[in-house]
Write a protein that binds this ligand. Structure first.
Ligand code: 2BA
Length: 109
């Protein structure tokens, strides 16, 4: 069994949740925040059988798209020095960042 962790943009999370339900794939949604943009995103935890991993990845791929986002300058006063951005920059965010992990044990009580 595998645990798929998918970080997706908030704009895609409703569509992904819907498509997972449609395909009878179980998932948990967590509200999360990107370390770079400090913007809200959504993290899906999806526990699934090994043979369904590629299917789940393709559902994620079809549900999430990349977007350009302009990052406004952040003053050194309002942000920590490591995220200080002196001028507007374009970054491409997403579609989805996906991790696939082995599950040692799975139990439901
Ligand atoms: P953020 O950390 O807010 O990053 C948003 C986008 O900013 C990234 O999109 C990337 O294009 C850019 N970016 C991030 N760090 C950067 C840096 N040090 N310098 C320049 N540009 C940078 P994605 O790569 O599509 O990532 C979207 C979100 O997925 C991330 O939001 C983060 O929440 C998550 N993520 C991405 N890679 C991850 C990783 N290796 N581990 C954990 N979470 C990750």
């Amino acid at each position: 069994m595998k645990l798929i962790i998918a970080v997706v943009q908030d704009k895609d999370s409703a569509k992904l949740a819907q498509n997972l339900v449609k395909e009878n794939i179980r998932a948990t949604k967590l509200a999360s925040t990107g370390g770079f943009l400090h913007a809200g995103n959504t993290t899906f935890l999806i526990g699934t059988e090994d043979h369904l991993v590629d299917h789940v990845k393709s559902i994620i791929q079809q549900s999430c798209k990349a977007r350009e986002q302009v990052v406004a300058p952040m003053s050194p006063m309002g942000a920590s020095m490591e995220s200080y951005i002196p001028y507007p920059v374009n970054v491409q965010v997403g579609g989805a960042t996906v991790f696939v992990l082995d599950i040692e044990q799975f139990a439901q009580f």
